[in-house]
Design a protein around this ligand. Structure first.
Ligand SMILES: [Cu+2]
Length: 133
C-alpha cells in the first residue's frame, strides 16, 4: 500500500466515523416550546412564561438564548396585527419569561427562535396564548 493510499483509506475511515456520529446530534425539531400556566395580565401587558423542552426525553432546556420573538393575532385571522414582545426575567429551569403588550384581547401566536448549546441549527417554535389588554 502506498503512502497516499494509506492516507486515502484513513480519510475514508474518518469520514465514515463522522457520518456515523451525526445522528447523535439533536435536530432542531427535537425541541418544542410550551406555555407555562396562564399569562398574567398587568396593566395592558401580559407576562407569558414559556418552557423550552427537548422532546425525546421531555427535559427542559435551561441554557438556551432566545434571540428572536414576535407576536401576532394570526390565530384569530389577524396575522398583520402584531405586538411587541420582550424578555423580562432570567430563565429558570428551562422557563423563559416574556412581556407582551397586546393591542387587543384574544388569542395570540408568539413566535420564538433560540440558540441551544450543542445544537448548530436555530430552534424555532410557536405557542398560542390568550392575552388580555
Ligand atoms: Cu386583533
Amino acid at each position: 500500500m502506498t503512502c497516499s493510499r494509506l492516507f486515502a483509506s484513513a480519510l475514508t475511515l474518518v469520514c465514515v466515523y463522522a457520518l456515523n456520529t451525526l445522528p447523535a446530534f439533536a435536530k432542531p425539531d427535537d425541541y418544542r416550546f410550551e406555555l407555562v400556566g396562564k399569562p398574567q395580565p398587568q396593566g395592558g401587558r401580559d407576562i407569558v412564561q414559556v418552557r423550552l423542552v427537548h422532546a425525546p426525553d421531555s427535559k427542559p432546556v435551561p441554557d438556551a438564548v432566545i434571540f428572536q420573538t414576535s407576536a401576532d393575532m394570526g390565530p384569530m385571522g389577524m396575522p398583520t396585527m402584531t405586538a411587541p414582545v420582550r424578555a423580562v426575567m432570567a430563565a429558570k429551569d428551562g422557563v423563559y419569561g416574556f412581556e407582551v403588550e397586546p393591542g387587543m384581547t384574544g388569542t395570540w401566536a408568539i413566535h420564538l427562535a433560540a440558540k441551544v448549546q450543542g445544537e448548530p441549527e436555530t430552534v424555532r417554535g410557536t405557542i398560542t396564548a390568550d392575552l388580555v389588554t
